[in-house]
Design a protein around this ligand. Structure first.
Ligand SMILES: [Fe+2]
Length: 319
């Protein structure tokens, strides 16, 4: 799930885009994508953009699309996705054959970490998105992509939002991190710091890698819900892989139209939570005067696990 305005988030590979952030609260730019309009025809949502999951609208083809995507990803994720993600799939008993019933899933998620899924029509405004996260509610687009869109979709759908994001919500430390992020988003909006916080979300929640005794593993939802990026991020010599560094990430631009040029690697989820626990206000102030860094740039302070060979990199287009 992601909020509005970051309509540029178009991932040309498998998924679409992550939750990015925008400049906030100005809903004059709220452009509802065509597919969202089509899928939600005749439905209405509450002021907080939630609606009852319209299960009756799922066709057999929709469930088949879920099953295809689920099997395809699960076949390749062992040895690639982090154990916490794989454990979450099991703990939450996420359906393989049909689009999960959110209410049923919520019973297990509530028991695990106190989080809840809420169905939403699609993209939602930033302030609403952050408000849900701060209350341990994860907004999930209820509809699924069409069968001809298995590998390409501009908007987040239920496969990305649920399969990609929800398993890690069963992990207590990650669950706390995401709630803290929501609270931070509300605050950052008031400080004009959303672009910095958006980069943190991008390089962790959506495209993060984590160390394990057996090697690097994926935890980012934008990767685990994408067949091609699940291979690329670990196997390709092209991208940089750099140790997690909060202030550095907040300066780093990213790719919205290709695979990432750089992946940031955390040691564990505690590192992520601990780094983001302090008040970011002074950090925002100190970073405001510094230039941003290109998506593929390596700087002296970096802990470089792998310097990419830059193959296939576009020279322009970092956002
Ligand atoms: Fe996402």
């Amino acid at each position: 799930m992601r909020p509005i305005r970051t309509q540029e988030y178009v991932h040309l590979q498998d998924t679409y885009p992550p939750t990015g952030l925008s400049d906030m609260n100005d809903r004059s730019d709220f452009v509802v994508p065509d597919i969202t309009t089509r899928k939600n025809a005749g439905l209405s949502h509450a002021a907080d953009y939630t609606l009852p999951q319209p299960i009756e609208r799922y066709s057999q083809a929709d469930h088949a699309t879920w099953a295809t995507l689920y099997r395809r990803q699960c076949a390749m994720l062992p040895g690639r996705a982090c154990q916490a993600f794989l454990d979450g799939l099991t703990t939450l008993d996420i359906d393989a054959d049909r689009i999960p019933d959110f209410e049923r899933l919520n019973i297990k998620l509530q028991a695990a970490t106190g989080w809840q899924l809420v169905a939403v029509p699609g993209l939602i405004p930033d302030d609403v998105f952050f408000g849900h996260l701060a209350e341990r509610r994860f907004p999930v687009t209820w509809w699924i992509r069409d069968p001809h869109q298995l590998d390409y979709l501009q908007e987040p759908d239920v496969f990305h939002d649920l399969f990609g994001h929800v398993p890690l919500l069963a992990n207590p430390v990650f669950a706390d991190y995401l709630q803290a992020y929501g609270k931070g988003g509300i605050k950052a909006a008031g400080l004009g710091a959303l672009p910095m916080l958006a980069r943190l979300y991008w390089y962790t929640v959506e495209f993060g890698l984590i160390r394990s005794p057996e090697g690097l593993r994926i935890y980012g939802a934008g990767i685990v819900s994408s067949r091609s990026e699940s291979e690329y991020c670990l196997d390709s010599a092209s991208p940089n892989r750099i140790g997690f560094d909060l202030s550095r990430i907040m300066r780093t631009r990213y790719r919205i139209d290709t695979f990432q040029k750089t992946y940031f690697v955390i040691d564990d989820f505690a590192q992520l939570f601990d780094a983001t626990a302090p008040d970011f206000t002074p950090l925002y102030q100190s970073l405001a005067g510094l230039p941003t860094l290109g998506a593929g740039e390596i700087i002296e302070q970096d802990t470089v696990l792998n310097a990419g060979n830059r193959e296939g990199w576009a020279d322009t287009g970092d956002v």
